[in-house]
Design a protein around this ligand. Structure first.
Ligand code: SAH
Length: 248
C-alpha cells in the first residue's frame, strides 16, 4: 500500500503519544523525520528502519517519504505536537499531488498551544488564534497584519517560534504591535520545554514579555481583555460568571 502517515507525537514525553499515533508508528515500515523527533521514538521500535534529516530539509524529507511509499513501503513521518500545525502534513499533501497514487493519512497530536495551556491553567478557554513569528516562509508584513488584527479582535493569542538567535527582536516588535490594541497589563504567560525535561513557565504582563528568557522552545500565551490570574493560574473566562447560578 502506498501510504504516508503524518504523525504528531505531542510535545515531548511518551505520555502525550496518542494510541492512534502509536499504531501508525507500529504499522509503518519506516519512521522518518527530523533527527530530534525520530530519536524520541527510536528505542520503542529498535528493529524498525529510520530515516532522519536535519532541520530545514522539509521538502527533501517529504519527497523521500512519498517516493519510498510509492516504491511499496509505508512511511510514518513524525512531527512534534500536531503534524498539521506548522508541521509536515500540508506539505505532504502538496507534494503527493505531484506524484499521484500515494495516500496521506494524518494522525492528530497534542499541539504546543494545548499542552502549554494546560500548564498555565486555562488561557485559551475562549476564542484564540495561533500566530508563528517565523518569517522563513511568511513575509513579516503579513505576520504584523495578523498580529494587529488579532489584537483588534481581542483574541487570546498563542505565539509559536517567538524568538530565535537570528530573530532576536521579533518578539519585541510583536509586543509593540499587540499593544496598539491591548493594554500593557494584559495577562500573559510562557511555557518552555513543554512535556520535556526542563519544563518551566511564568506569568507576566504583556509589556514585560520582551525581557523574559523566551527562545524557540517556548510557546507564548497572550491573554484577551478578560484574561485574569485566578489562584496563580492564567484563565480566560468564557462568560459563566454572568450566569445567575455562578453566584453562591
Ligand atoms: N507542530 C508543532 C509546532 C511546530 S512550530 C506543534 O504542533 O506543537 C515550533 C514551535 O512550536 C516552537 O518554536 C515553539 O513555539 C512551539 N513548540 C513546539 N513544541 C514545544 C514544546 N515542547 N515546548 C514549548 N514550545 C513548543
Amino acid at each position: 500500500m502506498n501510504k504516508v502517515y503524518a504523525v504528531g507525537i505531542g510535545p515531548g514525553g511518551r505520555e502525550f503519544f496518542t494510541e492512534e499515533a502509536m499504531q501508525a508508528l507500529e504499522n509503518a515500515d519506516v519512521i522518518a523525520g527530523y533527527t530530534v523527533y525520530v530519536d524520541l521514538v527510536r528505542d520503542l521500535f529498535p528493529d524498525k528502519e529510520m530515516y532522519t534529516t536535519a532541520m530545514k530539509q522539509e521538502i527533501e524529507r517529504c519527497r523521500w517519504a512519498i517516493e519510498t511509499a510509492k516504491a511499496g513501503k509505508s512511511v510514518a513521518m513524525v512531527c512534534s505536537g500536531d503534524a498539521g500545525v506548522y508541521g509536515m502534513a500540508g506539505l505532504l499533501f502538496e507534494l503527493a499531488d505531484q506524484y499521484g497514487d500515494v495516500e496521506i493519512e494524518v494522525v492528530s497530536g497534542v499541539t504546543a498551544a494545548i499542552s502549554g495551556a494546560a500548564v498555565l491553567g486555562a488561557p485559551i478557554g475562549h476564542d484564540f488564534c495561533l500566530i508563528s513569528l517565523s518569517d522563513l516562509l511568511t513575509p513579516w508584513e503579513l505576520i504584523e497584519k495578523r498580529l494587529r488584527c488579532a489584537a483588534e479582535g481581542d483574541f487570546a493569542v498563542c505565539l509559536y517560534n517567538p524568538r530565535s538567535k537570528k530573530r532576536s527582536d521579533y518578539l519585541e516588535k510583536a509586543v509593540k504591535i499587540l499593544m496598539e490594541h491591548k493594554s500593557g497589563d494584559t495577562v500573559c504567560g510562557w511555557v518552555k520545554n513543554i512535556g520535556r525535561e526542563g519544563q518551566e513557565y511564568r506569568l507576566v504582563k504583556l509589556e514585560d514579555l520582551p525581557g523574559e528568557p523566551i527562545d524557540m522552545f517556548t510557546t507564548v500565551f497572550i491573554g484577551s481583555d478578560s484574561t485574569r490570574i485566578i489562584s496563580g493560574r492564567m484563565v480566560t473566562p468564557r462568560g459563566y460568571e454572568k450566569r445567575s447560578e455562578f453566584q453562591r
